[in-house]
Structures are given as structure tokens and as C-alpha cells.
Design a binder for this molecule. Structure first.
Ligand code: HEC
Ligand code: HEC
Length: 266
């Protein structure tokens, strides 16, 4: 049981770090994991979690049977490393394996910590800082928040930029100079160049309307949010991602950075 528990716990920690690194581009493995490996690791993580729950249940049942039915003092044995029974005298040698095992695990732990800290210094493989031109912030952040370029493909941005005179019923035309600098930014940083959850599941999925909010993943993730939440003063509409995602401008969309607004709808 000790071996099973240790193996399950190790697999939980490892797969958990792969999920964090692959899907969120965070943690020590962010530089060496892709989004897809993160997804696979997530499935194994779930199985391991149920494995742990089952192992704990079986373990507790075992302790109950040992102490209540066989009347073996297993609880003291867990602490002292010695199991005193009628067959085994209390002065029987024991405990050396515990010390050796402990030293082995401690060393392994220190080595892994060192490797983890070295890896953590490297930049994440799927995400980087994209330098936002001032024109993009001011022109494309005027009516709604300025979207991270990883939320649409190169092709979608091209079509959208060519249709600015009739942009969802608004005239969002730009002078040639400004349009050029924005095009350079969007062409250089489209969804194809990021390996984040938002880029994989939202950005790379094309929609006829070119809308980010028309992608199946976006709809699925936001279907339980009532319309009145989107109408809160701090948000205004579903197109203002930054009303709820405090890191929307960076393109990360980290779970930990989601804050649903509280207050009255406007
Ligand atoms: C004059 C106001 C205005 C400007 C300027 C503007 N937009 Fe928009 N944009 C809108 C409106 C209105 C919508 C539709 C919003 C809605 O449905 O609530 C929209 C929607 C969008 C969407 C789709 C949002 C969704 O639902 O997924 C994208 C992408 C977009 N704009 C990109 C841009 C870019 C890039 C620029 C800069 C070149 C820009 N917009 C400038 C008004 C504007
Ligand atoms: C009213 C608040 C709100 C707005 C506005 C909003 N979101 Fe979300 N978003 C959420 C919540 C809450 C979740 C988590 C849902 C869940 O746990 O299933 C979420 C989840 C997501 C996720 C998945 C994140 C993850 O790690 O699981 C992505 C990607 C995302 N949103 C992108 C967007 C984009 C892009 C926009 C703007 C076009 C947007 N959101 C606008 C509230 C919002």
C-alpha cells in the first residue's frame, strides 16, 4: 500500500505539473510541455486522483481490519517502524530500511527540486509577451477591449482588417499608416504562433462571423453565465473579455485570473 500510495502521489504531482505547464504555461514544466501533452496529462491526472481516493479507502479498511479483527497494533508500527506481534518478539531488529528509504526519497526530492528550479527559469514554450503598438491600444481598444492577437488566425485578422469600414455595423476605418502598423502586429502574433488554451481552442478556430465569441469552446465555457452578469458596469458586453479575465490583454486567460464582477447591471 505504501508503494501504491507513493506511486499514485508521484503520478499526481507529475501530471499536475504537466497540466499546469501545458495548458496554462505556468510552473516548472512550462518550457518543456505543449498544450496537447497538457490535455493528455489532464486525463491521466483525473484517473490518478480517483486511484488515490480508492487507495485511501482500501487503506483505511485495511487498518480497520488489522486493528479490530486481527488486533495487530499497526498504528504504533507505522510510527516506530516495528510491528510487535505474538510471533515477532518486541526486540526484533528493524527500522534500517525506513532510514535508507527516507534518505533515498529525500535525496530524490532535493534533486527534483533543483531540476524544477532550473527549468522554471526558462520562458514558457507556448506563450510570450507580444509588444502592443500604441495605435492598436487606442484604435482597437476604443469601442471594446483591444483583443490579444492570439484570439484569431492570421487569415481571420486579414479579413477583419479589410472590412473595417463596415465593422459589425460600425465604421472603424483607419488611415493607411495606422492600419499598416496594426497589420504588422496582428500578422506577427496570430493564434498560429501561440500554444495556449485560448489560442488552441478559440483563436485557431475560424468562424464565419470572425467572432471570437462564436467559437464552440467560447460558447461552452460561458454558457452558464447569465446575461445580467455580462451587463454589469465593469463588463458591459461579452466582447469585453477583460471585464472578467484580468489577464485578457496578455492572452493567458489563466483560471486564477477570472473575477466575475459583482454589482448592479448597468
Ligand atoms: C467604432 C467602434 C469600433 C472600433 C474602433 C473597433 N471595433 Fe471591433 N467591434 C465593434 C463592435 C460594435 C463589435 C460588435 C460588438 C458586440 O457584438 O457587442 C465589434 C466586434 C469585434 C470583434 C468580434 C468580437 C466577438 O464577438 O468575438 C473583433 C475581433 C473586433 N471587433 C476587432 C477589432 C479590431 C482589431 C479593431 C481595430 C482595428 C476594432 N475591432 C475596432 C466596434 C468597434
Ligand atoms: C462575464 C465574465 C466573462 C467575460 C466577459 C468573458 N469571460 Fe471567459 N470565462 C469566464 C468564466 C467565469 C470562465 C470559466 C468558466 C468555467 O470554469 O468553465 C471563463 C473561461 C474562459 C476560458 C477558458 C479558461 C480556462 O482556463 O479554462 C477562455 C479561453 C475564455 N474564457 C476566453 C474569453 C474571451 C476571449 C472573452 C472575450 C471575448 C471572454 N472569455 C469573456 C467569464 C467571462
Amino acid at each position: 500500500m505504501i508503494v501504491i500510495l507513493l506511486l499514485v502521489l508521484i503520478s499526481l504531482v507529475v501530471t499536475g505539473l504537466v497540466v499546469l505547464g501545458g495548458q496554462e504555461n505556468l510552473g516548472p514544466l512550462a518550457s518543456v510541455t505543449t498544450f496537447k501533452t497538457g490535455e493528455v496529462a489532464g486525463e491521466i491526472h483525473k484517473i490518478a486522483a480517483w486511484g488515490l481516493v480508492s487507495a485511501i479507502a482500501i487503506h483505511l479498511l485495511g487498518v480497520f481490519v488489522e486493528t479490530r479483527i486481527f488486533r495487530h497494533p499497526v498504528l504504533t508500527a507505522m510510527i516506530t517502524g516495528k510491528k510487535v506481534t505474538a510471533e515477532l518478539p518486541s526486540d526484533a531488529p528493524g527500522g534500517t530500511h525506513t532510514v535508507r528509504g527516507g534518505v533515498l526519497f529525500l535525496t530524490l526530492g532535493v534533486v527534483l527540486l533543483g531540476v524544477g528550479m532550473k527549468l522554471a527559469d526558462k520562458p514558457p514554450s507556448g506563450w510570450r509577451v507580444a509588444q502592443v503598438p500604441v495605435a492598436y491600444e487606442s484604435e482597437c481598444g476604443d469601442c471594446h477591449h483591444a483583443y490579444h492577437p492570439s484570439l484569431r488566425t492570421k487569415q481571420a485578422w486579414r479579413v477583419l482588417m479589410n472590412g473595417l469600414p463596415d465593422h459589425y455595423g460600425e465604421d472603424a476605418s483607419l488611415d493607411a499608416e495606422t492600419a499598416k502598423s496594426i497589420n504588422v502586429y496582428l500578422n506577427g502574433n496570430p493564434a498560429e504562433t501561440f500554444d495556449t488554451e485560448a489560442a488552441q481552442w478559440v483563436g485557431r478556430i475560424d468562424t464565419a462571423s470572425l467572432r471570437i465569441t462564436d467559437t464552440p469552446f467560447w460558447k461552452m465555457r460561458h454558457q452558464d453565465i447569465g446575461p445580467s452578469v455580462f451587463r454589469q458596469k465593469a463588463v458591459g458586453s461579452k466582447v469585453n473579455c477583460n471585464g472578467c479575465h484580468k489577464d485578457a490583454a496578455s492572452g493567458r486567460f489563466d483560471d486564477a485570473k477570472i473575477h466575475l464582477p459583482s454589482g448592479d447591471p448597468k
